[in-house]
Design a protein around this ligand. Structure first.
Ligand SMILES: [Zn+2]
Length: 230
């Protein structure tokens, strides 16, 4: 086995769903059995969304040509095809566990095309959360509220202009949500190679340091519409 004494620094990517790509597939749950959200062990605040509980049932919407290997799931989880989940485990990737089958009750094709065949078996899993944490100094997050808790590092962002992980908090997870940014899925370089091999054409991987989220146009505002007359 190769020595890991001086590993090269791992790069991380924010996983973004694309509205195109030939494997664009969406899932919506029809079973409404929900459990409580995670709680921060330090401040007790809720983290993220409510959790989804068995039995897992829902409908697929097929926007692309073919069913995607990885589909955004409800309650912060993901759906992986059984085949993809087997490869994930066989290749030793981490960050997803407790795969549970999802019963697909209906498939709708949202674009013109032949009637889709039966969908692959999908398994639901919730990405890891708890180790990797954002470096709040090096991440460029615009927010009106300061971080109150050093563990969950909750910050309601108004805009994001690049993220960085705090050194030493990442324990090798290949797909995870970071403390400080539950809303984004972050993946490792190893996951990126995995995604490339598995035709995840409906996903974009943005290096976290280049990740920009600016729905209000705060980072690069346009010229003000009225100039001063003074
Ligand atoms: Zn907390």
């Amino acid at each position: 086995m190769a020595s890991d004494i001086s590993p090269s620094p791992t790069r991380f990517f924010v996983l973004r769903k694309l509205r195109e790509g030939q494997h664009d597939t969406e899932f919506s749950r029809t079973s409404s059995n929900l459990g409580p959200a995670l709680r921060c062990p330090h401040c007790g605040d809720n983290i993220g969304l409510l959790t989804w509980r068995l039995p897992y049932q829902g409908e697929l919407e097929l926007y692309g040509k073919d069913f995607g290997d990885l589909v955004e799931g409800p309650c912060g989880g993901v759906l992986l095809t059984e085949h993809c989940a087997e490869s994930f485990k066989a290749e030793g990737l981490t960050g997803l566990s407790d795969f549970e089958p999802v019963e697909v009750t209906r498939v709708r094709r949202k674009r013109r095309g032949p009637k889709p065949g039966p969908p692959p078996t999908y398994l639901f899993s919730t990405p890891a959360y708890g180790n990797p944490a954002l470096d709040m100094e090096r991440s460029r997050i615009l927010s009106k509220t300061p971080v109150k808790c050093t563990w969950c590092r909750y910050v309601g962002p108004d805009a994001i202009d690049g993220l960085a992980l705090e050194e030493g908090t990442w324990k090798g997870e290949d797909i995870f949500r970071a403390r400080g940014m539950w809303g984004e899925l972050i993946v490792s370089e190893r996951f990126k190679r995995f995604a490339e091999r598995h035709a995840m054409s409906h996903m974009a991987l943005v290096p976290i340091e280049k990740y920009v989220w600016d729905p209000l146009g705060l980072l690069h505002p346009e010229q003000p519409p009225h100039s001063s007359t003074d």
